[in-house]
Every structure is written in structure tokens, then in C-alpha cells.
Design a protein around this ligand. Structure first.
Ligand SMILES: Cc1cc2nc3c(=O)[nH]c(=O)nc-3n(C[C@H](O)[C@H](O)[C@H](O)COP(=O)(O)O)c2cc1C
Length: 328
């Protein structure tokens, strides 16, 4: 891997809030930056501290750059939020133009803004009139059509954005279906800002295929790939030197810390159980008997039971020979 290549962790609401970020970066290397899950813009001149708990500096103890992300469509509210985030010490804010959730889209937010380039323009105009912090955007190719972005790029080009993160899918695909690398490739010459590529980086092989096709890109964002294989950034950067056993040992140390944090922050036992089950939809890919392991985890109905299950996984189960979610 070339030296100036940068790896970003993608925002994943419900998965990489501050406890996860702190624990992940304590146990694994290879990341340069993390975009945090989105904070929704709110009315009013002041942003309440409780609303932005996930970005409080005292909650965040990572040795990588952190970038808060906002979701909304009001330039004024965006500006107010930026002021608050700057006070907290942040130097960059990312604008979410990709979220495909129906509740978000129906309020013309996230990917719901992609069919409205003029609204995107208005918001950026207001924000940049009073610019107080670096701005980047994260977007998809479109809401319904991959050509929607063609009208947005000339608008983005007019503003001094820090970078543009592109996930080359349309919103109606949610997170599945083919990524549209041809459309992404056609766009690249027209974009004046540094581009961060995001989407389906699930293995070192997959990363190299993308890197070979897009040698001009040197910033890469990984979301689900990190949950399928937490060592992926280390492996892409060529700093992964584990045996199957030592990798398993490291993963389990990380997992113990994560489980403790999830239990500690959950108000109800049920919430902690559900959260761990969500994580294991991904983590199961690390183990040889992943599906059996996950099926047993699914039936645990108390923290005591799931903890016992985890102990038996640590003691009895083996990691796969080669990690990485097999999609390439
Ligand atoms: C559970 C989940 C939560 C997500 N939350 C956010 C979010 O808060 N902000 C955002 O811009 N994208 C969000 N995304 C999209 C990811 O950041 C990323 O763009 C997408 O997963 C594709 O990248 P990947 O193939 O590397 O996972 C989320 C995705 C998932 C699966």
C-alpha cells in the first residue's frame, strides 16, 4: 500500500458510537480517521449538549481524527451546529446526503435531498457565507437514478469543500446490490475536490481491485468491512502480522471490552442483548462455525446466558483461516 493512503471508518449509526470507537481504536490499528454517526440538526440558537453526547470530547478517547456528521436541510441550523462543534474542538463537519431511511428521506434529508440540487446549493450557500469550520459531504449517486449526482457535482465544485465521500449506489438499493463503479468512474474527472471512495471494501483483495481501477484515489472509507473483519485496516496497510490464534486472542480481548461497555450503557438488559446480537451478525464471519455460533447466540435471553455463550466461543471455537467477508 502506498504511504499516503488514508483509511476512514464509515459512520454506522447504532454500531460505532463512542464506546465502540474508543474500544476499537484501543485494540486495532490502521485507521486514520472516523466519521461519526449522524446528529440530526435541531431548531434553536443553542444546541443542547445532551443532543450531541456522542461527540463530546470527554466521551471520545481515540487516537485518530474524528469528524462529526450532521443530517438536515437547513443552512441556519447547520451553521448553529457548526459553531457548537467548533467550540468543542472539531475542525471539520461532514454533511450526510446519503441516508436512505424512509423517515429521513420523507423529510427531504439525507439521500432525500439528492433530487433537489437547488436545495443543496441553498444550504451550502448559507453555510459558506458564515463558514467557521471545514465542510465535507458524503453522498450516493442519487436517490432513484445514478445520474442525479451529475447535477450536484457542479454545485459542490463551487464551494471550498474539504472532500467528497461517494458511496456509488442509489438510495433505493439501501446497502445491497451492485455498486456502480462505471458511473463512479465517469464522474471522477468532473469533481474538483478530493474524493473519498466508500462501498463494499470487504477484503484486501477487494481493496486492491478498487485501488488498481482508481489509482488517483488515496482516501478510502470502510463501514461493514470493519465489523466483518476488524483487522481489515491493518491488513490493507500491511501491518497485520498475526497467526490465526493470536488474531483470535486479540479479537476476544476487544470483544470482552465491547460487551462490558454495551452492558454498562444499556438501560435494559434486552437492549444489551439485542445490541450484541446485531454485532454478531457481522462477527460470526470471523469463525469457522460462524452460522452455528450465531444461531446459538440468537437464542440467549439474558446477559448471563450470552456471557456464558461468549466464554464457550472463546474456549472452543476457531477462527477461519482467511478472514474477510467473501463478496469479491
Ligand atoms: C447500520 C448502518 C448505519 C449507518 N449509519 C450511517 C450514518 O450515520 N451516516 C452515514 O453517512 N452513513 C451511514 N451508513 C452508511 C455507511 O456509512 C456506508 O456508507 C455504507 O455502509 C457503505 O459502506 P460499506 O460497504 O463499507 O459498509 C450506515 C450503514 C449501516 C449499515
Amino acid at each position: 500500500m502506498m504511504r499516503n493512503e488514508q483509511l476512514w471508518m464509515a459512520p454506522m449509526l447504532g454500531f460505532n458510537e463512542y464506546q465502540f470507537r474508543n474500544i476499537y481504536t484501543k485494540h486495532f490499528r490502521g485507521l486514520d480517521a472516523i466519521i461519526m454517526p449522524f446528529v440530526t440538526l435541531v431548531e434553536g440558537r443553542n444546541v443542547k449538549m445532551d443532543h450531541i453526547k456522542d461527540v463530546w470530547p470527554q466521551n471520545n478517547d481515540c487516537n485518530v481524527a474524528l469528524v462529526p456528521q450532521i443530517l438536515g436541510n437547513s443552512g441556519e441550523m447547520f451553521f448553529t451546529m457548526n459553531r457548537r462543534l467548533k467550540e468543542l474542538g472539531y475542525s471539520e463537519v461532514n454533511w450526510n446526503l446519503g441516508c436512505p431511511a424512509p423517515r429521513v428521506v420523507s423529510h427531504k434529508r439525507g439521500s432525500g435531498l439528492l433530487p433537489y440540487p437547488e436545495t443543496i446549493d441553498q444550504v451550502l450557500e448559507t453555510v459558506f457565507q458564515n463558514q467557521n469550520i471545514d465542510i465535507s459531504v458524503k453522498l450516493r449517486l442519487g436517490y432513484k437514478s445514478p445520474t442525479e449526482i451529475e447535477k450536484i457535482v457542479p454545485i459542490l465544485n463551487r464551494y471550498p469543500l474539504k472532500s467528497i465521500v461517494i458511496h456509488p449506489r442509489i438510495a433505493t438499493q439501501i446497502y445491497d446490490g451492485m455498486i456502480n463503479l462505471d458511473a463512479f468512474e465517469r464522474l471522477l474527472p468532473d469533481i474538483h475536490h478530493p474524493v473519498v471512495y466508500n462501498g463494499d471494501i470487504t477484503s484486501v483483495e477487494r481493496f486492491h481491485i478498487l485501488k488498481n481501477r482508481f489509482p488517483q484515489i488515496d482516501q478510502w472509507m470502510i463501514g461493514r468491512g470493519i465489523f466483518w473483519d476488524p483487522f481489515l485496516p491493518e491488513r490493507i496497510k500491511g501491518i497485520y502480522h498475526e497467526t490465526r490464534e493470536s488474531a483470535k486472542f486479540r479479537f476476544e480481548a476487544f470483544h470482552r471490552d465491547l460487551f462490558d461497555a454495551v452492558v454498562q450503557r444499556s438501560f435494559l438488559e434486552r437492549n444489551a442483548l439485542n445490541k450484541m446480537k446485531e454485532y454478531w451478525k457481522y462477527f460470526k464471519e470471523l469463525y469457522q462455525n460462524g452460522q452455528d455460533i450465531f444461531d446459538k447466540i440468537k437464542y440467549c435471553n439474558s446477559c448471563k446466558a450470552i456471557k456464558e455463550r461468549f466464554l464457550s466461543i472463546y474456549n472452543e471455537e476457531s477462527f477461519k483461516n482467511s478472514l474477510g467477508y467473501p463478496t469479491s
